[in-house]
Design a protein around this ligand. Structure first.
Ligand code: PXG
Length: 445
């Protein structure tokens, strides 16, 4: 057994912690601990370095324990630990919202704060429903998601989400939800570099849902511009543009869930900017503070915000929604320092500049045993392996464990390996990830 598998001080008893999205019994029999982190690396409890190929969990875009962010959090904790944003407020939340508004494309310049991607999604869905209602179109109650989508774990998010294991245990979910088909096709698009040429027509399925339900019953469509959790599914060329056009034709709001794609992952501030398609609402979290303090933000086009301001009775609350920790001072301080770091180090541009190297590196894994597809865009990649007969997910899990033992942390979903390193990654570290992965796949029967 590796030394890093022994519990560090403070973790002598593993019973109480019910771990999220984890095989608890397997983990507790054979635990793996990350103890510290700096820049591109974690260190295990016994000091073994582990190269972070997944930016924590798609979030640590600026790299770990960056000094300016750490200092800003320390400073804020000593100055104003907490203040509510209900009816009173603190200045730093306004500063953070203004910075975000300036970064966002188009007129996505109103920002509602929460504490996670799941809450940002719930917030977006609620604002979409309420928007139609305040404008006198209260019949628009239907929400449209997509197969294979991940929008967090709130009831709203799992209802529009498209991953069966996240849905099936939880009863009837939200009523009145329908789904578009997933966009990825192994048959047509395997081993495409960047956006596939085939598949824009899948957006037309929205026209079929409009014909089925009537546009006057549909409030919003929510999609991840690039699906992350399902294993990096890149949108076909023209697909998002077509979704936008159909939504416009029918008065349906378009929501981009940019919890993963926001803050430089695709070499631009947001996927909306990279693809030149502006949604009506945009959900973000993760990279907004480079993973350091929990924060979610839902961006809203100004016209939507204005509709609420005009409709609500004089002096009344315009939206009955919010969280105790909306705009938490520590999150705002971390967020501002993070945005400064992204700007000062040109990290979004850096991601864009590294994309061709990244692309060729991950596609060099073509031809390894069982590899049936490789997908990439920005600094994201999915490497899909065929499942072992009768044991779906077993190869993914084995490759993950081999890489971890070999000093590289990656993510697996089923038999697909997902990569999304911090944007500060250097080319030799890209090589190291790909070599380690190559060895692990080769060794996995
Ligand atoms: N939307 C998207 C697109 C996400 O990727 C969420 C919403 C929810 O965010 P919170 O902060 O509530 O977790 C996410 C989260 C994985 C994985 O293995 C991905 C996420 C979370 C956990 C695991 O790919 N993304």
């Amino acid at each position: 057994m590796n030394a890093d598998r022994s519990a560090p001080a403070g973790a002598n008893n593993l019973d109480a912690y019910w771990m999220p999205f984890t095989a608890n019994r397997v983990f507790k029999d054979n635990p793996r601990f990350l103890a510290t982190a700096k820049d591109m690396h974690y260190a295990t409890a016994d000091g073994r370095p582990v190269l972070d190929a997944i930016a924590g969990l798609w979030c640590v875009n600026a790299g770990h324990c960056r000094e300016p962010i750490v200092a800003a959090i320390r400073r804020q904790a000593g100055e104003l630990d907490y203040a509510t944003s209900f009816q009173v407020a603190h200045p730093i939340a306004f500063e953070m919202a203004a910075r975000l508004a300036a970064l966002a494309p188009g007129d996505l310049n109103r920002v509602f704060f929460s504490n996670s991607g799941s809450e940002a999604v719930d917030t977006a869905l609620k604002i979409a429903l309420a928007y139609h209602r305040v404008r006198g179109e209260g019949s628009r109650t239907r929400l449209i998601g997509r197969e294979r989508a991940y929008h967090g774990v709130g009831f709203g998010g799992i209802s529009v989400g498209g991953i069966v294991n996240n849905r099936k245990m939880y009863g009837t979910l939200l009523a009145g939800v329908d789904h578009l088909p997933a966009t990825h096709s192994l048959e047509h698009n395997a081993f495409t570099r960047g956006q596939p040429a085939w598949g824009a027509h899948l957006a037309d399925e929205l026209e079929k849902l409009v014909a089925l339900h009537d546009a006057a019953t549909i409030a919003a469509v929510i999609v991840e511009p690039v699906a992350g959790s399902a294993g990096v599914l890149v949108p076909p060329q023209g697909y998002l543009e077509r979704l936008r056009a159909i939504c416009d034709r029918h008065g349906i709001l378009l929501i981009f869930d940019e919890v993963i794609t926001g803050f430089g992952r695709l070499g631009a501030s947001f996927a909306a900017e990279r693809f030149g398609v502006i949604p009506d609402l945009m959900t973000t979290a993760k990279g907004i503070t480079s993973g350091t303090v929990p924060m979610g933000a839902t961006f809203v086009r100004q016209g939507l915000y204005d509709a609420f301001m005009q409709a609500a009775p004089e002096g009344g609350i315009e939206l009955f929604h919010g969280y105790t920790y909306s705009g938490h001072p520590l999150a705002c301080a971390a967020g501002l320092a993070t945005l400064d770091l992204y700007r000062d180090e040109g990290l979004f541009e850096r991601a864009a500049a590294l994309e061709p190297y990244w692309q060729e590196a991950v596609h060099s894994l073509k031809g390894r045993p069982h590899v049936i597809d490789i997908r990439n865009i920005g600094l994201m990649a999915g490497i899909e392996m065929a499942g072992r007969p009768g044991q779906p997910g077993a190869r993914g899990s084995e490759v993950f464990l081999r890489c971890f033992d070999d000093g590289v942390l990656l993510r697996f979903t089923g038999d697909t390996i997902a990569l999304s390193p911090p944007l500060i990654i250097e080319k030799p570290q890209i090589d190291r990830i790909v070599e380690t992965l190559s060895r692990a796949i080769q060794a996995t029967a």
